[in-house]
Design a protein around this ligand. Structure first.
Ligand code: SF4
Length: 331
């Protein structure tokens, strides 16, 4: 993956992963920083420099490990081995959290993070499910670090509950042969091809994502389909009908029989809109004041009547074409 510079906390070189990355990116400039959370030259950059900032790789040590209770696919959202991402989906919620600094940060202390997760798993009354991919895209990250290989195998041996993560990437080959013991739930995020091309900049094409999902199901992983975020562009009914038809035609029997569906309508924010307006002036406009409404703290979502219409349209289409897949929720 192409980066133009590495910003690193000095302590990372004491970890095997830090050393490995030093060799891997030896030809790049390495710039020492005090703290991955505060890199003054990046926080002071202009919004229009957002794509340039995404070319930097930041390497640090994760110091905060606060788990947040969750009630969807998982019980806990876990800060894990990376945050931020090299891709540039125009709606990426990480931009709400990190603003321009939503570039990829890798954390080298994976043993410590997984130790902690396993301890929490062992101490719980019932087996728990841990969402480890809510801060980044772990399939993309894995192409640099092999962290998923380490995590899935070790959790397979030592874990009691489940891990889960979503992705918009297809590079799953290194995971197919792992001893996962069905303890990792793989969720592929999909959108219509036109939205992938125009909005999910730098992610894998739809056909590759479908293939990866089929391959993961074939390899015995529990799987889910995440239709998210649903973006109500003017022609959304056609776009999502075609998407569901295509999924029905191309998903394997295993996915159709055992997979589940989550669906999330897009939320957007003032911060994202400001960055996109400056950094991608010709991109598709995601904020639509005719059908969106405020949702506190500079966020926008679709109006309730519009959401209801979208939900009933999509539920009907799903029951016709992907009726064997359980819909976990639409939110
Ligand atoms: S792939 Fe995920 S984490 Fe990366 S930019 Fe897109 S939404 Fe954000």
């Amino acid at each position: 993956m192409g980066f133009d510079a590495v910003y690193y906390e000095a302590g990372v070189l004491d970890y095997p992963l830090g050393e490995m990355l030093q060799h891997k990116y030896t030809s790049l400039p390495w710039i020492e920083i005090e703290n991955h959370n505060r890199i003054p030259e990046m926080t002071s950059a202009d919004n229009r420099d957002f794509p340039k900032l995404k070319n930097h790789l930041i390497i640090g040590i994760r110091k905060t490990h606060r788990y947040v209770a969750n009630h969807k696919v998982s019980d806990w959202l876990v800060p894990y081995t990376s945050s931020g991402c090299k891709a540039m989906c125009l709606y990426c919620y990480l931009v709400c959290n990190y603003n321009k600094c939503a570039y990829l940060r890798l954390f080298v202390n994976r043993e410590q993070m997984l130790d902690r997760l396993l301890k929490k798993d062992a101490a719980a009354e019932t087996p728990q499910t841990f969402e480890i991919g809510s801060n980044s895209d772990l399939i993309l990250e894995n192409t640099i670090t092999d962290n998923l290989v380490y995590t899935i195998e070790r959790f397979g041996r030592e874990g009691r509950g489940k891990l889960t993560f979503p992705t918009k990437f297809d590079m799953v080959t290194p995971l197919l042969k792992l001893e996962h013991r069905a303890k990792t739930i793989f969720r592929m995020s999909v959108n219509p091809e036109e939205i992938i091309k125009r909005v999910e900049l730098g992610t894998s094409p739809l056909s590759a994502r479908i293939r990866a999902l089929n391959d993961m199901a074939e390899a015995g992983y529990p799987v889910g389909l995440l239709i998210a975020p649903v973006i109500l562009l003017p022609n959304w009914k056609n776009l999502y009908s075609e998407l569901i038809d295509r999924l029905a035609d191309e998903l394997s029997d295993k996915v159709m029989k055992n997979g589940f569906i989550e669906m999330i309508l897009m939320t957007y924010s003032f911060v994202q809109n400001a960055i996109n307006t400056d950094a991608f002036p010709n991109a598709v406009q995601l904020f639509d004041r005719k059908i969106m409404t405020g949702r506190g703290r500079g966020k926008y979502c679709y109006r309730n009547d519009i959401r209801d219409e979208a939900e009933s349209f999509l539920r009907e289409k799903l029951s016709k074409r992907l009726g064997t897949m359980r819909i976990l929720y639409i939110s």
